[in-house]
Design a protein around this ligand. Structure first.
Ligand code: MLT
Length: 257
């Protein structure tokens, strides 16, 4: 039997230098809300997304006529066309468009993860497609939680646990670090009622304070977006669109599945 492949979970961008692995598939996770928004934009037909690090870069793209989504601390930047709610990325707005995108944590993590075998975007919205993609590539996996300003976040960590659980069920993966085990343990507590569990999360309360928490149920719904966004040559594009995913995953819309 071939050697099992490691699944590691990085809880914060501040720790990523310890987890970087040229040979791995790196899964970027920012459930509230960047990676959920990216999946939504592609589901609604965006052709590519250019993540940029700074507000200044995003502003320059806007001046050149690009469609720009940008937020800091959850709030839409004044010059931007869109903020960071997945509900901003409708078909009417993004179909066949190139988007420029800058967020407080999520896009920063994407840009940090350069030079890995594959850099992909993960959310509950695409968890089955992502699992299938990872399994088919047979590589070590690093699940990179964007967190909040280098701090640990519950919503990204329970997603890491949910993804690790699915990968372990496939039989070819193994846990090699305590952070993966901790993620699995948290997920085992959260999965029975994800929305109730996430009431404890700091980002949930930041969003509420700013009147931006209408996306909670949506961001914790599984498999609305049967696709895998991949970061390659400085842009995000859809690597794999699983048209027939409902044939493979009959329970696709169950919360927390
Ligand atoms: C981020 O990228 O920091 C977040 O997704 C912020 C947010 O949407 O509030």
């Amino acid at each position: 039997m071939s050697k099992k492949l490691p699944i590691e979970v990085c809880f914060s961008p501040a720790m990523y230098h310890r987890f970087h692995n040229d040979e791995a598939i790196v899964v970027i996770v920012d459930i509230l809300r960047a990676t959920s928004a990216i999946c939504t934009a592609f589901m609604n037909g965006a052709s590519q997304i250019i993540p940029v690090q700074t507000v200044e870069e995003a502003r320059e793209y806007k001046q050149k006529g690009y469609l720009v989504a940008a937020e800091r601390d959850g709030i839409k930047c004044d010059f931007a066309d869109l903020g960071n709610s997945p509900f901003n990325f409708t078909k009417e707005v993004v179909h066949n468009k190139t988007l420029v995108y800058s967020t407080t944590n999520g896009t920063q993590a994407i840009l940090m993860a350069e030079n890995s075998y594959k850099i992909v975007v993960g959310a509950f919205l695409n968890i089955s497609a992502l699992t299938e993609f990872i399994v088919s590539h047979r590589r070590p996996v690093v699940i990179f939680c964007a967190g909040w300003k280098d701090r640990f976040s519950l919503e990204d960590t329970i997603f890491a646990g949910a993804l690790a659980e699915r990968l372990l069920q496939e039989g070819q993966f193994t846990t090699v670090c305590d952070s993966t085990i901790a993620s699995l343990d948290l997920w085992s507590i959260a999965k029975h009622d994800v929305l109730a569990y996430i009431e404890k999360a700091a980002q949930r309360h930041r969003l509420k304070k700013n009147g931006l928490d209408d996306v909670l149920e949506y961001c914790f719904t599984s498999d609305l977006a049967p696709l895998v966004p991949e970061f390659s040559n400085n842009v995000l594009v859809v690597e794999k669109y699983c048209e027939n995913i409902n044939n493979f995953y009959p329970n696709v819309n169950k919360l927390g599945n």
